[in-house]
Write a protein that binds this ligand. Structure first.
Ligand code: F6P
Length: 546
């Protein structure tokens, strides 16, 4: 069950040997149709993957591998509610949350669409009440601030979307996200807010997450300094699968928005976990986001593998991780409002595909998910791009490029885009020693000084990137982009033969933190058993604590 034994993988391996030194620069010079050959459009979104270390034969072989691992069958299994998250015995149905066609999706023989639609209706009604002012705070004032308390998938996705859709924000309403159990996060948020006009959304799929419950309890204490216990219902709502725990926390379950175990945390922004988004930009814009996600679902499900954006991006990722041995992948949005996009993608990808055990429970002897990272351009250019251009590692980059800004300031957008395109061009072309030499000569260098400087100014080039270009960052486009990356992650998980939908690797740290906390809080000198490093650090913390 290792992909290494699949003939199509082995064929790619031989092909890698043949083309590993292939020059993209030369390929562009030889083939004027390279851009057209290696672009795909889905609605207004364009993927240009021509600046990759590929020939048509590479793509044919990557697609043959995708076919060999039954990509289309796996895709259908996901969309139709099969239990593909087998270690947790769950279906994987974030696509049902944005199934705008409303066609039935069965889990254990039950159509989940009526459940999905009922929660969307409840969200719409709640948003309408908050926006119209029929939902008021305890002193009769309108809600002005939404504070989402959640972490991981119950924070990163909604926070990223709210940032990105700031131009669509409803007047008079601000949204804040508190995730870290570090008291700084909550305190610095609350110090700006008025309890009379603040609404807390406690978002936790499980409603057992230590950080979220701790923050929610502290938020309630802060609130009760000004208000009564009976006012809590007007200021705290919950999003969860766990009605019992929500009630135990003291939130009226009438104010709970339901999600289901077939919604993975990092895939949940489309569910009621997206409530802060709907509150912030309005339900109509939240539904536009769902529309975009659904459009990408249709593309992914129906397009042939070779004309399928998530499949091509996923298989190119396999090409670099498993054949070129690249360890990381950068996502660089040339849009400041997408500043949190790489962080959301980091959780999405690394929590999904950071696995060393295959679906059959055996240890894997090939590489799986890369480190995903990035920050917006052009800032990254003045920070880490040096290493991408001249470092010793191969780091594929995704450039995310909206043509038009919501804030059209003189030439800013053209300068921004020129920089994005220039980085991709420079990574591909590089600069040869001959080119550097002639530049240095023009600048008046000669002899030893020229020879000494020359190697430092050479760019090896041949460094791969994708460009995702679209007219403007609308809710629909954002929905398409997020769904695209979700499916890219899925494609890679299928090839690597792993379950992309569990996350057991986060559990050990949680268990150990529970064991260490009593040691930190102990009034006496007692300490439970740890390694000597942990024990001494605990002692030191006790000594230093004020
Ligand atoms: O610890 C990891 C994780 O389980 C993520 O998968 C999840 O998104 C996050 O914690 C938050 O979980 P919950 O929504 O249950 O609080």
């Amino acid at each position: 069950m290792t992909p290494l034994n699949i003939p199509e993988w082995q064929s790619l391996d031989r092909h890698y040997g043949d083309i590993k030194f292939l020059s993209m620069r030369e390929q562009f010079a030889l083939d004027s149709g390279r851009f057209e050959r290696f672009t795909i459009r889905s609605g207004e979104l364009l993927l240009d993957y021509s600046k990759n270390r590929i020939t048509q034969e590479t793509i044919d072989k990557l697609i043959a591998l995708a076919q060999a691992v039954n990509m289309k069958d796996w895709t259908e299994q996901m969309f139709t509610g099969d239990i593909i998250n087998h270690t947790e015995g769950r279906a994987v149905l974030h696509t049902a949350l944005r199934n705008r066609s409303n066609s039935p999706v069965l889990v254990d023989g039950q159509d989940v669409m009526p459940l999905v639609n009922a929660v969307l209706k409840k969200m719409a009604s709640f948003c309408e009440q908050v926006h119209s002012g029929s939902w008021l705070g305890y002193s009769g004032k309108k809600i002005t601030d939404i504070v989402n308390i959640g972490i991981g998938g119950s924070d990163l996705g909604p926070a990223m979307i709210c940032d990105a859709l700031e131009p669509y924000g409803i007047d008079g309403l601000s949204v804040h996200f508190v995730s870290n159990v570090d008291g700084t996060d909550l305190s610095t948020t609350l110090e700006k807010l008025n309890p009379e006009t603040t609404l807390f959304v406690v978002a936790s799929k499980t409603f057992t997450t230590q950080e979220t419950l701790t923050n929610a309890q502290s938020a309630r204490q802060w609130f009760l300094k000004s208000a009564q216990q009976s006012d809590v219902a007007k200021h705290f709502v919950a999003v969860s699968t766990n009605a019992e725990a929500v009630a135990a926390f003291g939130i009226d379950t009438a104010n709970m928005f339901e999600i289901w175990d077939w919604v993975g945390g990092r895939y949940s922004l489309w569910s009621a976990i997206g409530l802060p988004i709907a509150l912030y930009v309005g339900m109509d814009n939240f539904e536009r986001l769902l529309d975009g996600g659904h459009a990408m679902d249709l593309h992914f499900r129906n397009q042939p593998l070779a004309e399928n954006i998530p499949v091509i991006m996923g298989m190119l990722g396999i090409w670099y991780v498993n054949f070129f041995n690249s360890q990381t992948h950068a996502i660089v949005p040339y849009d400041h409002s997408l500043a949190r996009f790489p962080s959301h993608m980091q959780q999405l990808d690394m929590e999904s595909n950071g696995k060393f055990i295959n679906r059959q429970g055996a240890r894997i002897n090939y590489k799986t998910g890369p480190v995903i990272w990035g920050t917006p351009g052009t800032n990254g250019q003045h920070a880490y791009f040096q290493l991408i251009h001249q470092g010793t590692q191969l780091i594929p980059v995704d450039f995310v490029l909206p043509v038009n800004s919501h804030y059209p300031e003189c030439d800013h957008q053209s300068i921004l885009l020129a920089n994005g395109l220039a980085q991709a061009e420079a990574l591909m072309k590089g600069k040869t020693a001959e080119e550097v030499r002639s530049e240095l000569v023009k600048e008046g260098y000669e002899g030893k000084a020229l020879e000494a400087l020359l190697p430092h100014k050479v760019f090896p080039g041949n460094r791969p990137s994708n460009a995702l270009l679209f007219p403007k960052l609308t809710p629909e486009m954002l929905g398409q982009l997020v769904a695209l990356y979700e499916h890219k992650v899925f494609v890679q998980g299928v090839v690597w033969n792993i379950n992309s939908f569990d996350q057991w690797g986060v559990e050990l740290g949680k268990q150990l933190a529970k064991a260490i906390l009593p040691d930190l809080l102990a009034a006496d000198e007692s300490i439970s058993e740890h390694d000597s490093s942990t024990t001494e650090l605990i002692r030191l913390i006790r000594q230093l604590r004020q």
